[in-house]
Design a protein around this ligand. Structure first.
Ligand SMILES: Cc1cc2nc3c(=O)[nH]c(=O)nc-3n(C[C@H](O)[C@H](O)[C@H](O)COP(=O)(O)OP(=O)(O)OC[C@H]3O[C@@H](n4cnc5c(N)ncnc54)[C@H](O)[C@@H]3O)c2cc1C
Length: 607
């Protein structure tokens, strides 16, 4: 009898265990002991680590404990993806748009934590169904499409002018490409320039001449005039009214013929946190993961707002008196890019699809310079087809330190302290489109320090990892005390390189660079460790776009403004011609954004 009771209790226990398992949807998870487990996975920039807490067989907490993902891009994914995993007790949750690699890394790291500690991941992989939101219709004075530098500035300015503003952004975080840059601007004509840079010889005319020269006169003169005449006021507004912490830029690049480069302390992420707070304080509304699909038109063909889709697939219709396109460039869209970029590395964001260009063209906007793409030098292919933008590090290493650019033939090919355009031109002139930066120990220390200062890498360890990266069987960086040996490792003509270094060093000893007339050349020190790092052409910024007038209203093929439509940032072409000076893309985005914000608000409010 006792045994029958025992057997009955055992059967009941088994059933109740099964019931507990079924009700939680984690029948096999019951086998996972409660506790906290660590896991890791490869993120966008390096290892991402998580700790996962299991309580009563369910995922009760996920924390990202360590990561080196990109500031300004990863934060919302790091906040939202773990919370969604816990909420759904499942790793099958959606990625945060614009941070898909970080999102996947979090999911995989959680999976690894469970599996490597004996759990069955199938119990934590239930499908998560996204409930579609109701479609909605909103009204405002100004809708701004895209929350990068151009859009954020336009939105804040229009709100400050008194307009009711809605800012929509397709990514899960504001910032666009802009958040990745150093936050530099030209300060021509500002009070700030006179006081902090002690520069009194700059003028809109001088900046105009510089921009046209670098743009090879392919610029739209009206755009260049507009930006050079207004950027001073924009800078003073940002500093005095918006309280964005600007200072003199750490590097004054030599393509500008006056001291005019300033930068945000803390780089562009600080620009966005400051401007987003201003926007909120001014009553603006920001809608993330809301992708603009088409511009709406009224019966007369004027733009009356935008139709967008939210993350759940619901339609968001925004009726607006003014619409500002600020969707950035088309560097990630091979269908829109010229074919001349084969073999160059992309370094922008995969969401740079040219949506605004397509939407603008669909309503009859004219375009300019669509074949022009900004190409930079000094990229390192740390991921296949993608470059790390190591320009500031290379520039620092070549300024007053023993470092020279050489080609695969072992020849020196450019004045190291020349403009970035000079270095780009020298790079793309090589048949294999690659240069190498040869550094002595002192130059390398500077290279590493600048990379850390600019957060190009999060630690020297990251640079050390480059030594293991090989593309086409060649490392991206190498070092050694034997110059010939490291030249051979990189596939460089070793004898020619030795001769090049000997000639350069004898020039340095004599005090004159007979080859490229570099001022005060510094020798590449013999006898220590030499470093060679690849320098590849890289691109992301497109220079062409929609055509605009001086109030930055988008115009059609007859030069007539399309009613109620404005543009800001890279979606508008012509400001920078065939090439752009350093700091000019960010200056264009933010400077045109302020003008667009004013124009859109004035129009909407009937001022
Ligand atoms: C790594 C890096 C470094 C750089 N360094 C410099 C530098 O030192 N100096 C310099 O001058 N320039 C630099 N640039 C270039 C410069 O950052 C850009 O040219 C400029 O920021 C572009 O600003 P934008 O507002 O036009 O576009 P973005 O900042 O890209 O913003 C566009 C926004 O629109 C959103 N969007 C697009 N389509 C839609 C849609 N359909 N619906 C809703 N939203 C949409 C995008 O997601 C994005 O957030 C750099 C760029 C990169 C990537």
């Amino acid at each position: 009898m006792k045994n029958r009771i025992k057997a009955g209790i055992a059967a009941l226990s088994a059933i109740s265990l099964l019931l507990v398992g079924c009700s939680s949807g984690t029948s096999k998870a019951a086998a996972m002991k409660d506790g906290t487990y660590d896991g890791e996975a490869q993120g966008h920039n390096g290892k991402l680590k998580v700790s996962v807490t299991i309580a009563s067989g369910k995922i009760s907490d996920v924390k990202v404990t360590d990561n080196i993902e990109t500031t300004g891009v990863c934060e919302n994914a790091i906040a939202n993806v773990p919370a969604e995993i816990v909420k759904n007790n499942s790793v099958s949750v959606d990625a945060t748009t614009g941070a898909t690699v970080t999102s996947s890394a979090i999911r995989l790291a959680v999976q690894n934590a469970i599996e490597s500690n004996g759990g069955n991941i199938d119990a934590y992989k239930a499908n998560v169904e996204t409930k579609k939101n109701d479609d909605q219709t909103l009204d405002c004075d100004v809708v701004v499409i895209g929350a990068g530098g151009g859009g954020m500035t336009a939105a804040v300015r229009a709100a400050e002018d008194g307009a009711k503003v809605i800012l929509i952004e397709k990514n899960g975080q504001i910032g666009g490409d802009t958040v990745l840059n150093a936050g530099t601007l030209i300060a021509t004509g500002s009070k700030f320039q006179k006081e902090k840079l002690n520069e009194t010889n700059d003028s809109p005319e001088l900046a105009y001449a510089d921009i046209m020269k670098v743009g090879l006169n392919a610029n739209d003169p009206e755009m260049v005039k507009m930006i050079t005449e207004s950027i001073g006021e924009t800078v003073d507004w940002l500093v005095d009214d918006m309280k964005v912490p600007y200072d003199v830029a750490a590097t004054q690049y030599p393509d500008h013929s006056a001291n005019r480069q300033i930068g945000v302390v803390g780089r562009s992420p600080v620009f966005f946190t400051t401007m987003a707070a201003n926007f909120e304080a001014l009553g603006g509304t920001t809608m993330l993961e809301t992708k603009a699909d088409t511009l709406l038109t009224d019966k007369d063909g004027n733009i009356s707002g935008v139709k967008a889709t939210d993350k759940t697939g619901a339609t968001v219709t925004i009726n607006a008196k003014s619409t500002v396109l600020a969707t950035g460039g088309y560097g990630a869209n091979s269908k829109l890019l010229p074919t001349t970029l084969g073999g160059y590395m992309f370094y922008g964001r995969s969401t740079d699809m040219g949506d605004g260009l397509t939407m603008g063209e669909a309503v009859g906007a004219n375009t300019i310079n669509l074949d022009c793409v900004k190409v930079y030098p000094q990229g390192i292919e740390t991921m296949t087809g993608r470059a790390l933008a190591a320009t500031a590090s290379s520039t620092a290493a070549t300024n007053g330190h023993g470092a020279i650019y050489i080609n695969t033939k072992g020849q020196r090919v450019v004045k190291e302290t020349g403009t970035l355009a000079d270095i780009t031109n020298a790079t793309v002139a090589q048949s294999d489109k690659i240069l190498y930066l040869l550094m002595d120990e002192d130059a390398y220390k500077t290279y590493v320090a600048k990379s850390l200062e600019d957060k190009l890498v999060s630690s020297e360890d990251d640079i050390n990892k480059w030594y293991d990266i090989k593309n086409d069987d060649k490392p991206v960086i190498t070092k050694g005390t034997d110059l010939s040996a490291i030249a051979k490792t990189m596939g460089i003509d070793a004898d020619a390189l030795k001769a090049t270094v000997a000639k350069y060093n004898s020039d340095c000893a004599a005090g004159t660079d007979t080859q490229f007339q570099k001022e005060s050349p510094t020798a590449v020190k013999d006898g220590g460790t030499y470093y060679l790092v690849e320098q590849r052409p890289r691109f992301c910024t497109t220079l062409g776009g929609l055509k605009a007038d001086s109030s930055i209203a988008i115009i059609d093929a007859n030069g007539k403004a399309i009613g109620n439509l404005y543009g800001a940032g890279s979606v508008v072409g012509g400001g920078n011609g065939k090439d752009s000076m350093t700091a000019m893309m960010n200056s264009w985005a933010i400077g045109s954004g302020r003008v667009a914000g004013d124009s859109a608000a004035e129009h909407a409010l009937g001022k």
